[in-house]
Design a binder for this molecule. Structure first.
Ligand SMILES: [Zn+2]
Length: 343
C-alpha cells in the first residue's frame, strides 16, 4: 500500500466513523436542531419552557397580556406552526381559532391538548358547555404538566431523564404553591370569601379552595354583560359586605368600575386571569402570576397575607441562613463579588 493509498483509507475510515456517531456531526450546520414546539397560551408556554430546558425549543403563539378568547392568529403564527414538531393547546374550546391556524399552516400537525384528563367545570352558554380556565386549579395544572412531559419524552426519548426530572421539580413547586395558597385564603373571614371579577376566569380556583366566584360577564370575554347582571352583582356586594371586587389584566375594567362606583367598594387588581404578566409586572411566570393573584385576593378580602417563600426555604419567617454577620465571610462584601453583581 502506498502512502497515498494509506492516507485515503484513513480518511475514508474517519468519515465513516463520524457518519456513524450522531453525537459528532461533521459540521455545526449538520447538527440536529432541537424539536420545535409551539404553545398557545402564555401559561402553557411558560410551563413547557420549564420542562424543555435546553432540549427543546418552545415558543408561544400568544404574548403576555393578551386575551386568548379574542386571539387572531397572525401569518407569523401560521408559519411557525407550519414548521413545528408539536403544538400544545389548552383545549376545552378555548382556542376556537386553532383548526383554521393548523389548516393555514398546511394541514396536519401533531397536536397535544394539555387539558386531557382534567375534569372540566361545566358552564351553560360556553362553547362545548365547559369552562376553559382550568389552569387556576393546581391539581389540574399538574395533569397538564404530566401531559406535556409525556409528549416531550415521546418526541425525544433520549432526553427522558432530564425532562422527567424537570417535570418532577416543577410539580413539587406547584405542590408548595398549592399549600401556601390554601394557608393564605383560610385567613379570609368566611362570609367574605366571594371573588367578584369581570369574567368567570376563577371557577376552578373557587372549586379548589372553596371560594364563591362571580364573573359579571360570564366565562368568555366575548360575551356582553346585561344591566341585569350588573344589578345582581351590586346586590351581592351589598348583601355579603364584600370588601373589594377585582379587575383583570386582560379584560376591560368598565363593568367592575361601574359596580365599584355604585356600591362604594374598592376595585382592586389587576388579577392575572388569562395570561401571565408582561416584563416588570412581577407575574412573568405561571407560579409568580398565581402568587400575585393570591396576594391581591387575600389582602383585598380581609385576610392575613404571608409572602410565598422562595424555593428551597421552609418559610419566609424562618431566619435566612445567608443573613449571618458579614465578618464571617468578608469576601461577600467585596465590590466585584458575584453575590453583589446585578444583571
Ligand atoms: Zn378567560
Amino acid at each position: 500500500m502506498t502512502l497515498n493509498q494509506r492516507l485515503l483509507l484513513l480518511a475514508t475510515l474517519t468519515l465513516a466513523m463520524l457518519a456513524c456517531d450522531p453525537k459528532k456531526p461533521v459540521d455545526p450546520a449538520g447538527a440536529a436542531a432541537p424539536p420545535y414546539v409551539i404553545a398557545t397560551t402564555t401559561m402553557i408556554t411558560d410551563m413547557a419552557q420549564t420542562l424543555a430546558g435546553e432540549d427543546l425549543r418552545v415558543e408561544g403563539i400568544m404574548k403576555p397580556g393578551g386575551d386568548p378568547h379574542l386571539h387572531k392568529p397572525s401569518i407569523g403564527n401560521a408559519r411557525a406552526t407550519g414548521v413545528s414538531d408539536l403544538v400544545l393547546t389548552n383545549g376545552l374550546y378555548l382556542e376556537g381559532w386553532l383548526d383554521e391556524l393548523v389548516r393555514n399552516a398546511g394541514g396536519e400537525r401533531p397536536v397535544k391538548v394539555v387539558s386531557d384528563g382534567v375534569t372540566p367545570v361545566t358552564m351553560e352558554g360556553m362553547p362545548g358547555g365547559v369552562d376553559p380556565h382550568f389552569w387556576f386549579e393546581i391539581e389540574s395544572w399538574k395533569i397538564a404538566t404530566g401531559n406535556v412531559e409525556d409528549a416531550f419524552v415521546a418526541l425525544l426519548p433520549d432526553k427522558a431523564d432530564g425532562i422527567r426530572a424537570r417535570s418532577n421539580a416543577y410539580e413539587a413547586e406547584l405542590d408548595r404553591l398549592d399549600a401556601w395558597t390554601r394557608t393564605n385564603l383560610e385567613t379570609i373571614p368566611e362570609k367574605q370569601r366571594v371573588l367578584i371579577t369581570s369574567h368567570d376566569a376563577f371557577n376552578y380556583f373557587g372549586r379548589a379552595y372553596g371560594i364563591e366566584v362571580v364573573g359579571i360577564q360570564g366565562s368568555s370575554t366575548e360575551q356582553e354583560a346585561s344591566q341585569r347582571d350588573v344589578a345582581n352583582t351590586i346586590e351581592l356586594v351589598r348583601s355579603r359586605s364584600v370588601p373589594a371586587i377585582f379587575i383583570e389584566s386582560s379584560v376591560n375594567p368598565a363593568l367592575i368600575e361601574q359596580v365599584a362606583r355604585e356600591t362604594g367598594v374598592k376595585a382592586l387588581g389587576p388579577l392575572f386571569s388569562d395570561s401571565i404578566g408582561t416584563a416588570g409586572s412581577g407575574a412573568e411566570t405561571y407560579v409568580a402570576m398565581y402568587a400575585k393573584n393570591v396576594e391581591i385576593i387575600t389582602k383585598g378580602l380581609g385576610g392575613v397575607f404571608t409572602p410565598f417563600p422562595a424555593r428551597g426555604k421552609a418559610a419566609v419567617t424562618s431566619a435566612p441562613v445567608e443573613a449571618v454577620p458579614t465578618e464571617a465571610a468578608p469576601e461577600a462584601a467585596a465590590p466585584n463579588s458575584p453575590a453583589t453583581e446585578t444583571k
